[in-house]
Design a protein around this ligand. Structure first.
Ligand code: ATP
Ligand code: MG
Length: 554
């Protein structure tokens, strides 16, 4: 990563600076701990940039750890997508990939240690009873009748759980802490439950699985994590995190710090909701370009640098907030404006016939790939007697503000000549089918010799040499800023979030690479659709428009 990306400080970095200055730690070890139950989204990118960014900047380490304690919801497809998304974002994990499931033997041994210390017991109340006994925020809980079993009895019953002699829900292991704690998580939390499920890493070895709160802190300690960074909803769980580590025999003492989640307007970020959109075919898969997933943003044409820049701009605090979608878009726009080569494509074509240009002639024009960066080179663009322009770039009549082609007036074709609209032809419905023009052959790369001014410049594509392409334009996936707050988030999906155009692109785009962004002159930033585009049927996605039109609408 370049110097230009040097990251600004935040409260977590200040804590680390102090820990290092105080000699509490001499190196930093973080981790990014996704649960492999869905694809990563832009919220995860915030956590990735924070954890891996800290490791990079402090010459420390950052583990990628799959927090895989819920076998029913997890899948190897998610494991693979997460690995590739982290790497695509420009980060690499230290050492081998970690799995919480690697520690199942140790976790089991620590559970037995807690039982031996009289700090855990096998519960046989039902889930409903457990909930009822737990009490509320205002009323203390009630102790379970199974709470004071002997160590021997608990050891035997826990072994019975492990051996598969209890049905799911018939027994669980609970920590014995405090049923009247003001922190609900401390009211004898469940540590282990029975699940007869096949696990993507451990197969059928286990039928008891540890809970997140028991697993996470021990995994952190076993990996020597120094700063365990998570989102604010785990603030109360920090009591339990510390309690577990204080009551087992383990060497390192990691600390948990919480920061606020990223919330983005006009989208949802919960994996449960994203997964519903996919399974109910409301979008075309996890990597649908309208999804806030890393793979969706990638397919839409976002660059890794633009996502890292976004994470840097939003910063890391403890304040809950909602970020405008346009601030994500402006990051990719800034990146592509600087780095994307220019090309021409016509989204809604109308035919222009240049009557004084020879019928079978193809003139090869040389056009710069970037207006301010000669080092990006040139490309060849064929110019022919028939070209296509945007229907919207022609008017029969217009006032002076309209700087495009008007009947009887002149306009410049980008990188080519000045043309003049002489007459038009319409179909029976009155739609313009052809604009007949003449061109001034003295105007290639220079102004007309007689000093007359031609202000407008429009883009175009050769009709015979251009290549048809499907062009997909995207809008917000939801019609309201906070769909998660709607009664039914699926009822506020934007029915016009995808518009498809049958356009034509300049021939150089046939060799466009996947993951390469282009500015199509005057219409926005585009990329090849990595899934649906083929050599015979090109498909382009619009990443973002040239300007923030959204801000104007609101
Ligand atoms: P969900 O609740 O949608 O399932 P999650 O938080 O459970 O999401 P995990 O896979 O457990 O998803 O997340 C991995 C890491 O990414 C966690 O440390 C989590 O705090 C962080 N994370 C998840 N969502 C966000 C977000 N919106 N903003 C910042 N960090 C996030
Ligand atoms: Mg989680």
């Amino acid at each position: 990563m370049s110097e230009a990306e040097a990251r600004p400080s935040n409260f977590i970095r200040q804590i680390i600076d102090k820990d290092i200055a105080d000699g509490k730690h001499n190196s930093v070890h973080t981790r990014f701990p996704p649960e492999p139950n869905g694809y990563l989204h832009i919220g995860h990118a915030k956590s990735i940039c924070l954890n891996f960014g800290i490791a990079q900047d402090y010459q420390g380490q950052c583990n990628l750890r799959f927090d895989d304690t819920n076998p029913e919801k997890e899948d190897i497809e998610y494991v693979d997508s997460i690995k590739s998304d982290v790497q695509w974002l420009g980060f690499d994990w230290s050492g081998e990939i970690c799995y919480s499931s690697n520690y199942f033997d140790q976790l089991h041994a620590y559970a037995i240690e807690l039982i031996n210390k009289g700090l855990a017991y096998v519960e046989e109340l039902s889930a409903d009873e457990i909930r009822e006994y737990r009490g509320t925020l205002t009323a203390p809980g009630k102790e379970s009748p199974y709470r004071n079993r002997t160590v021997e009895e608990n050891l035997a019953l826990f072994e019975k759980m492990r051996a598969g002699d209890f049905a799911e829900g018939a027994a669980c292991l609970r920590a014995k802490i405090d049923m009247s704690s003001s922190f609900m998580v401390m009211r004898d939390p469940v540590l282990y439950r029975v699940r007869f499920a096949h696990h993507h890493q451990t197969g059928d070895k286990w039928c008891i699985y540890p809970m997140y709160d028991f697993t996470h802190c021990i995994s952190d300690a076993l990996e020597g994590i120094t700063h365990s960074l998570c989102t604010l909803e785990f603030q109360d769980n920090r009591r339990l995190y510390d309690w577990v580590l204080e009551n087992i025999t383990i060497e390192t003492q990691p600390h948990q710090y919480e920061f606020s989640r990223l919330n983005l307007e006009y989208t949802v970020m919960s994996k449960r909701k994203l997964s519903q959109l996919v399974s109910e075919n409301l979008v075309n898969g996890w990597d649908d370009p309208r999804m806030p997933t890393i793979s969706g943003l990638r397919r839409r044409g976002f660059t890794p640098a633009s996502i890292r820049e976004f994470c840097q701009r939003i910063g890391v605090t403890k304040q809950e907030n909602m970020i405008e979608f346009s601030s994500l878009e402006s990051c990719v726009r800034d990146d592509l404006n600087e780095n994307a080569p220019r090309a021409m494509a016509v989204l809604e074509p109308v035919k222009v016939v240049i009557e004084n240009f020879p019928e079978d002639q193809v003139e090869t024009l040389t056009v710069a790939n970037h207006p301010n960066k000669p080092e990006m080179g040139n490309r060849e663009v064929p110019f022919t007697r028939e070209v296509l322009i945007e229907a919207d770039d022609f008017r029969e009549e217009a006032n002076k503000k309209y700087k495009r082609l008007v009947l009887g007036k002149e306009v410049r074709l980008r990188g080519a000549y000045v043309i003049k609209a002489e007459r038009i032809e319409k179909d029976e419905q009155g739609n313009i089918t052809t604009i007949y023009c003449t061109y001034d052959d003295e105007t290639l790369g220079k102004n007309p010799a007689d000093g007359r001014k031609v202000k407008g410049v429009i883009h175009w594509v050769s009709a015979s040499k251009g290549v048809p392409a499907e062009i997909r334009l995207y809008d917000r996936l939801f019609t309201v800023p906070n769909p998660a707050a709607a009664e039914d988030f699926k009822a506020v999906i934007n029915p016009e979030s995808l518009t498809t155009k049958q356009g034509v692109v300049e021939p150089s785009l046939v060799s466009a690479a996947v993951d390469a962004g282009y500015q199509f002159e005057r219409t926005g930033y585009f990329c090849i659709d990595s899934k649906d585009s083929t050599a015979d049927a090109l498909v382009f996605n619009r990443t973002v428009g040239l300007r923030d039109t959204w801000a104007k609408v609101n």
